[in-house]
Design a protein around this ligand. Structure first.
Ligand code: PRP
Length: 176
C-alpha cells in the first residue's frame, strides 16, 4: 500500500446526476408496481441508499451477502451466500442493486439462485460496469457508469475495507 496514489474518476456531482437519472428511469419502468430492492453487501449500500431516495415508486429493501472464493487473486467461480434474504420473493418485482460488475461471476450466480425462487420479475442495476473484465456473459439491465479496468474505491467500494466512505469514485494506482 505504500506509495499508492489516488485519483478521482467520478466526482460526487457527476455520480449524483447519474443516480437521479437512473432512479427516474427505474421509476418509469416500474410505474404502478412496488419494487423489492435487493442490495448486495457490502459495496452497494451507499449507491442503494441514494438510488432508492430518488425513486417515485414504493419499494422495500432487503440484503444479501455473497463470498466469492479465489485461487490466488483469480476467482474460482465458487460463489456462496453468507447472508440470505429475509423476504420471500415469489411473485415480487425484484431489483438487485450491486456496486460493480467485474468478472460477472457474482451476479450471474445470484441471478440464478434468485430466479429459482420464482419472482414475478428479476432485474439488475449495477452502479459500475467493468465490461473488459468479464469472464462469464452478464449484462445488467441498468448501469450507472461503464468504466475501464483499474482498481476503484469510494462510494461504497473498498480496498481492504478502506475508502468506502469517500464521496467520489477514485482510482487507486500502484497498489501492492
Ligand atoms: C465485489 C462487488 C461484487 C463483486 C463483483 O464484492 O461488490 O459483489 O465483487 O465481482 P465479480 O463480477 O468479479 O463477481 P466484494 O467481494 O469486493 O465484496 P464487498 O462488496 O463486500 O466489498
Amino acid at each position: 500500500m505504500a506509495g499508492a496514489e489516488i485519483e478521482i474518476l467520478l466526482t460526487k456531482a457527476v455520480i449524483d446526476r447519474r443516480v437521479r437519472k437512473l432512479a427516474g428511469k427505474i421509476s418509469r419502468d416500474y410505474a404502478g408496481r412496488e419494487i423489492l430492492i435487493v442490495g448486495v453487501l457490502k459495496g452497494a449500500f451507499i449507491f442503494m441508499a441514494d438510488l432508492i431516495r430518488g425513486l417515485s415508486v414504493p419499494c422495500s429493501v432487503d440484503f444479501v451477502r455473497l463470498v466469492s472464493y479465489h485461487d490466488g487473486s483469480v476467482s474460482s467461480g465458487d460463489v456462496r451466500i453468507t447472508k440470505d434474504l429475509e423476504t420471500p420473493i415469489a411473485g415480487r418485482d425484484v431489483l438487485i442493486v450491486e456496486d460493480i460488475v467485474d468478472t460477472g461471476i457474482t451476479l450471474s450466480r445470484l441471478v440464478e439462485v434468485l430466479r429459482e425462487r420464482k419472482p414475478a420479475s428479476l432485474k439488475v442495476c449495477a452502479f459500475l460496469d467493468k465490461r473488459a473484465r468479464r469472464r462469464v456473459p452478464f449484462t445488467a439491465d441498468y448501469v450507472g457508469f461503464t468504466i475501464p479496468d483499474g482498481f476503484v474505491v469510494g462510494y461504497g467500494l473498498d480496498y481492504n475495507e478502506k475508502y468506502r466512505f469517500l464521496p467520489d469514485v477514485c482510482l487507486l494506482r500502484d497498489i501492492a
